[in-house]
Ligand binder design. Structure first.
Ligand code: ADP
Ligand code: MG
Length: 577
């Protein structure tokens, strides 16, 4: 076949594969156009999960009647004029292909009126064929209606997910934009049901409440930081509020919703050691960087970006999030669940001791799986724990102590893990004291494990483990960090390798932090190990001076707090004070 230039409508259909991949991406393009057009109000109506109808109307600047054919033409945009403009993009759109692409795979009607125009114009595009512009009566602004999406691409229709999934993606998308543009009134209705409505008052917390619910919004912590060219603001969940996936972690860069795995990892990493494995925070984080430092022209959907200085942005996010978190780490506390029916309440607030369920902080239960809101009503206190008076040890496992506001039970193993972890990190900032072994210890691994270890020898050396390759999958341990000198070198090395094996996507310092956490777990005093009163006291003191004393490096609580108030309720003294 000879080489030919494709007809414009074919080129548009090809582009549509990326720009208009699914109903939610169509909604995205239309909402972005409305925002670029200066809308103060955006109304999104969806029917049939976006396959029957997607309609987005705005009260923005509108489009001149004579420009309507251009608006739906390929590579036609009012947002940039030259290649240089690509380096200073301040609008969400700039590629000039969304309307053309969408029009090539649906029946699209665009109706628009400029503020000072007497009437509006309307243009219909069907599978890429534009009709004639008609003059119509219309409110100021733009209305785009997309009917029968992919009617001419049955294969694409088949690739769509179940309706509930497509609907959810639209919900998620519009709520994200509502969060990022609190000054704009958003309304979203799917099949006549309004799923989101914001006031446009500019109050981000209010939108947060509309998106996550009032209770969750109330608990979210504020992030606010500025590092050189980078401004960071937004909301993150406290440790007590988690999800089983990363879907509620959202980033905006200069008002654009981006999906960047690196940014997400950076944020999750900031929670490192404070969340249970498999739990993820909620977050809506807004970054502002000078447009020339970020390239948004990476992919037609514009959801990916490239930073000139990735590390700076990532570490900025981590620092900002970490700071917000450390200021608010809650005390692990007990929640007592009372029987549902008030009639069963006795004077003591309960009728039957067996009906009382005591949940330690972050306990997993089926209902609590999706949002773990424990110790409701408690306010978040500062990260440091109060000075504790040691009472003693019970079950060879827990230290009992009194604080200004009640009783504390400290898990000696978890607490020691935390103490060792922070000690090691503190040493890490200078050189880590290490100790040579009297005679090097040889350890043998499987070929796969050996290859993993081989790649990490430098990192290990940094941490005070001098390990040399010793032929066929065998390694020699020559030195260990002094703080772990009590550990069996072979066992310690195996612990490390297990960690490499588990780690699918090592990210920067994450791998290092995990290694340290693992070793600390091994080196910490065990449950069931009797400690002398001096040792108990020393452990408590060391814990008091930790930066994050309330959780072990793996995210489990180091302590449980029984407040005086809770004791009084349990003893039926409530109200007696
Ligand atoms: P892009 O947004 O990349 O410029 P689009 O195909 O999405 O490309 O839109 C083409 C042009 O149509 C835009 O540049 C803009 O001038 C105009 N336009 C589209 N939607 C709107 C809207 N809601 N309000 C005002 N102008 C719009
Ligand atoms: Mg656009």
């Amino acid at each position: 076949m000879p080489i030919r230039i494709l007809p414009a409508h074919v080129a548009s259909q090809i582009a549509a594969g990326e720009v208009a991949e699914r109903p939610a991406s169509v909604v995205k393009e239309l909402v972005e156009n409305a925002l670029d057009g200066g809308a103060t109000q955006v109304i999104v109506r969806v029917e049939g999960a976006g396959k029957r109808l997607i309609s987005v109307s705005d009260d923005g600047v509108g489009i001149a009647i004579e420009e309507l054919p251009l608006a739906v033409a390929r590579h036609a945009t009012s947002k940039i004029t030259s290649a240089e403009d690509l380096h200073r993009i301040m609008t969400l759109g700039f590629r000039g292909e969304a309307l053309a692409a969408i029009g090539s795979v649906s029946r699209l009607t665009i109706t628009s009126r400029l503020a000072d125009a007497e009437s509006g114009g309307q243009l219909r595009v069907e599978a890429g064929n534009a009709g004639r512009v008609e003059t119509v009566g219309a409110p100021v602004g733009t209305l785009v209606q997309v009917e029968d999406l992919f009617f001419n691409l049955p294969a694409r229709l088949k690739f769509l997910k179940k309706d509930v999934t497509e609907r959810r993606q639209i919900d998620e998308l519009v709520t994200r934009y509502a969060l990022a543009y609190p000054h704009v009134r958003f309304k979203l209705a799917q099949d006549g049901n309004v799923s989101l409505q914001t006031s446009g008052s500019g109050d981000q917390r209010e939108v947060l409440a509309a998106v996550f619910g009032v209770e969750t919004a109330r608990q979210m912590l504020t992030v606010l930081a500025e590092y050189e060219d980078l401004k960071i603001s937004g909301y993150i969940s406290p440790l007590t509020l988690t999800r089983s996936n990363r879907r509620e972690i959202t980033f905006f860069i200069n008002g654009r919703w981006v999906q960047d795995a690196g940014l997400t990892s950076a944020l999750v990493q900031a929670y490192h050691t404070m969340l249970m494995v498999g739990r993820y925070p909620l977050a809506a984080v807004f970054l502002e960087v000078p447009p020339e430092l970020v390239d948004v022209n990476v992919h037609p959907a514009k959801a990916e970006v490239r930073f000139r200085d990735r590390d700076q942005v990532f570490s900025g996010v981590q620092r900002a999030v970490r700071r917000a978190l450390l200021a608010y780490t809650p005390v692990a506390s007990l929640e007592i669940e009372y029987p549902r029916k008030p009639a069963q309440f006795s004077l003591s607030g309960r009728s039957d001791p067996s009906a009382v369920e005591i949940k330690p902080w972050q306990a997993e239960s089926e209902e609590a799986k999706d949002s773990q809101i424990l110790s409701p009503g408690s306010t978040f206190t500062r990260t440091h724990i109060p000075i504790l008076r040691l009472i003693g040890q019970i079950a060879g496992t827990y230290l009992v102590a009194e604080g200004p506001d009640g009783l504390y039970l400290v898990d000696q193993h978890a607490a020691h893990e935390r103490v060792l972890y922070e000690k090691f990190l503190a040493q890490r900032s200078s050189a880590i004291p290490w100790q040579n072994l009297l005679s090097p210890v040889a350890v043998e691994f499987t070929p796969a494990a050996a290859r993993l270890l081989e790649n990490q020898l430098d990192l290990l050396k940094d941490l005070g483990f001098a390990v040399d390759s010793f032929g066929a999958n065998t390694f020699l341990v020559r030195s260990m960090p002094a703080i772990f000198s009590s550990l069996d070198p072979a066992a310690a090395l195996r612990t490390l390798v297990e960690d490499f094996e588990e780690d699918e996507t090592p990210f920067g310092s994450e791998i290092e932090a995990r290694i340290i956490a693992r070793i600390c777990k091994r080196a910490a005093v065990k449950a069931g190990q009797t400690l002398s009163p001096q040792e108990q006291k020393a452990l408590l003191n060391e814990l008091e001076s930790c930066r994050s004393p309330r959780t072990c490096p793996h995210g489990r609580p180091t302590m449980i707090h029984l407040s005086v108030d809770l004791l009084e309720r349990q003893f039926g003294r409530r109200g007696a004070r």
